[in-house]
Design a protein around this ligand. Sequence first.
Ligand code: S3P
Length: 444
Amino acid sequence: MHSDPASVPLTARRNGPLAGRIRVPGDKSISIRALILGALTVGETTVSGMLEGEDVLNTAKALQALGARISRTGEQAWSIHGVGVGGFAEPAGSLDFGNSGTGCRLTLGAVAGCPITATFDGDASLRSRPMRRVLDPLERIGARALVSADGRLPLTLKGARDPMPIVFEPPVPSAQLKSATLLAGLSAPGETVVIEAEATRDHTEKMLRYFGAEVRVEATERNGRRITLTGQPELMPRPIMVPADPSSAAFPLIAALVVPGSDVILQGVMMNPLRTGLVATLMEMGASIERLDERNEGGEDVADLRVHAGALRGVDVPASRAPSMIDEYPVLAVAAAFAEGATRMRGLKELRVKESDRLAATADLLRVNGVALDIEGDDLIVHGNGRAKGGGAVTTHMDHRIAMSAVVLGLASERPVQVDDGTFIATSFPGFVELMRGLGADLS
Ligand code: S3P
């Protein structure tokens, strides 16, 4: 891939130990849901700890174009005046979600239950990602999509005049798919049911209930869930506190594990059990991670995580764990490079349709830096030997998590690691470079 003229290369070098106490930005999933659900209430929703990353800002702009009044009232403090369920106005132009799959897919769901027509678009990365999977349940609810045969953006959605409640079993484990269906179901009379074969992050269900909707969640066999939403609720605004994003915390956390002598505290990290697969896996690898001051903030479990560097060993990560750590595999693969022995990560099919083909991009980033690995079907096997050569040039593919994973590798490898474009890091983790430098990282 040719680098964009606006791209900014970034180089990570080995330096002394990382030390300090930091708080990573707010959770991306919760920040985006706070905006969308806030836009569906009547009255003012206030949000503190909002992630001010590009994905969230693009979602906010799209919701403003749909009629919600959204303003920044202070540092990470936002106010949303919603239009009520079914109350979106037809936007004047197309909605541009930039890099944000979550913003785009969840807003598709929210628009599907409104009698308006809207065009959805995004950057080259988002334009390459599958949308058919979301359009299928939305069309069953009564929306109509004008979309190319390959099911990619840009697409135009005509919302349902008379939305119908449906029972939907997502063909892939995806919180975005579940959430889009539930958000469309808000406008339908009666019960909309989503039956997940494997539980995925439950922020939409929790926030809907917090805003007053009737949502029933029943466990099904083998860690599945049946979620039943009663349609046409009046959503009541309530304040939202966004906890620190565990998917962002993963980068300084793994950096602290693999840079010798490090001792880092990560404050207020969300510990929702559907998001903690990475911490469980790292503990199995022998990592020293203490959960301090476990508490509940704004309806979510949070803890301060104290991380000490130390030896790691390779493990077998079961496919069943993937939904609880789906965004963490690239950086787990970096940890696996510094472990002793093989780490097999099973069932990574969904990684191929993220901001980039993350399975290929992760393999490339390791390979150019001298780490041995194999891909067998949907499994990634990293052959760790406690060290990495580094010295490689990594292609980001417009993917923030690939960029940050490469940086973490460079902080502990023998030679520096160069990333072709650090700008996409602002998608989910504004201030990443400064925060890491504050811990002692050498980034330029
Ligand atoms: C998200 C769900 C996951 C995840 C994404 C955020 C969400 O995607 O990869 O970063 O907020 O619902 P899928 O639901 O497509 O797996």
